[in-house]
Design a binder for this molecule. Structure first.
Ligand SMILES: *Cc1c(COP(=O)(O)O)cnc(C)c1O
Length: 374
């Protein structure tokens, strides 16, 4: 059986180092806001060439805290609008609506699966305060045009970088392109903790201070609470694990790229539409280094293809089966219709890809896809 993702095997590569970190933290008797977190934040900021990295409890909190901090700083207020791709994972929207801001959904580009930057301007109103770009499946969503738009309308650009750690656009890493970025270290992400964890990166001093304060009960000084904050901290043990795994992220992403390149060049079946790694202005892109969090194909009869692959011992998943605006949780958005988003959700299938996917597995997956017919 080729598993979609084998977390046991991925982490086994680093077992000795991870166990040492666990032992160090246990022996230290210090579990929150200590030297492991401080080290990780330093390394993470350096990796992204940004001034601030702030560890938080998870990726959703990273995004929630960015917006909450902007509200406290007077940059936006309740009822303001944030532009976000209609086909993102629901967490992007939850971060917006949790702050009583309004998510304004925009269709993706059909080729990149990322927010269609050409469609943004017509959705901008006097209430628009930010664009949340989501680097979906590991591919950066960015362009000069996006930067110009943000300048023209005085909008913040927030990166949902849960899926694209280590991706590079014109020599600049994802997570350092916008005003602030949220990261998830959910175990299945490219940089996965052994539990929940997340981070924010930014070059904005005031924003960084506010996020740190909000993540710690709204308090800079113990028992002195200036803001209604949250408890959203990155545990010492997870920070230690992440420091170990951060050393290997570029090598892991390179392994993913090797599998993706083979999928792209060797899968040849008219029933299977391959992802087209491009930038959003529809140019084939050398300057947009994908990190292939997911390798997503499209096919008309998805269930048949998934069944066929399962019968041949290849596990696949769907990212994602239902668009956020069709979820019960967003009943206020249920009436909206995004045809391309709907089509994507009906047709996508994610193939196994990870840092430990072997040549033989890739070969078998390609062979099985090429002999698929229905
Ligand atoms: C995983 C993910 C999140 C949320 O991260 P958690 O750590 O699970 O809270 C947010 N946005 C996107 C696009 C994600 O893939």
């Amino acid at each position: 059986m080729i598993k979609f993702l084998d977390l046991q095997k991925i982490n086994a590569q680093y077992a000795a180092e991870l166990k040492q970190v666990a032992a160090d933290v246990i022996d230290s008797g210090w579990f929150l806001m200590g030297s492991q977190l401080e080290n990780f934040e330093k390394q993470f900021a350096a990796f992204h060439n940004v001034k601030h990295a702030i560890g938080v409890a998870n990726g959703l909190d990273a995004l929630r805290l960015i917006l909450k901090a902007y509200i406290d700083l007077g940059v936006m207020q309740e009822g303001d609008e944030v532009i976000v791709p209609a086909n993102t994972y629901i967490a992007s929207l939850l971060a917006i609506s949790d702050n009583r801001l309004v998510p304004v959904l925009v269709e993706p580009n059909e080729k990149s699966f990322n927010l269609d930057i050409d469609l943004i301007e017509k959705h901008i109103t006097t209430k628009t305060k930010a664009i949340m770009v989501v680097h979906l499946y590991g591919q950066i969503c960015w362009s000069e045009q996006l930067v110009e738009l943000a300048k023209k309308y005085n909008l913040k650009i927030i990166e949902d970088n849960a899926q694209a750690i280590g991706a590079v656009w014109n020599g600049i890493k994802s997570g350092s392109l916008g005003d602030a970025a949220g990261f998830s270290f959910y175990p299945g992400k490219n940089l996965g903790a052994l539990g929940d964890a997340g981070a924010v990166t930014t070059n904005d001093d005031a924003l960084a201070t506010q996020i740190r304060t909000l993540g710690n009960y709204g308090s800079k000084q113990k028992y002195v609470n200036e803001f209604k904050g949250l408890n959203s901290r990155l545990d010492e043990i997870q920070a230690g694990f992440l420091s170990v795994k951060l050393k290997y992220i570029d090598a892991e992403n390179q392994c993913r790229r090797q599998s993706a390149e083979r999928y792209l060049s060797e899968i040849k079946n008219p029933l299977v539409e391959l992802p087209f790694p491009i930038n959003t202005s529809c140019q084939v892109s050398d300057n947009n280094e994908h990190v292939w969090h997911l390798f997503v194909i499209r096919t008309k009869n998805r269930q048949a293809l998934q069944n066929y692959l399962a019968d041949n011992e290849i596990q696949t998943l769907i990212h994602y089966p239902t668009p956020p605006n069709k979820q019960l949780a967003y009943s206020e958005l249920n009436h909206l219709n995004y045809p391309l988003t709907n089509a994507i959700h009906d047709e996508v299938v994610s193939l196994p890809i990870s840092s430990i996917t072997t040549e033989e597995e890739v070969t078998k997956i390609i062979k099985m896809l090429n002999s698929y017919s229905n």
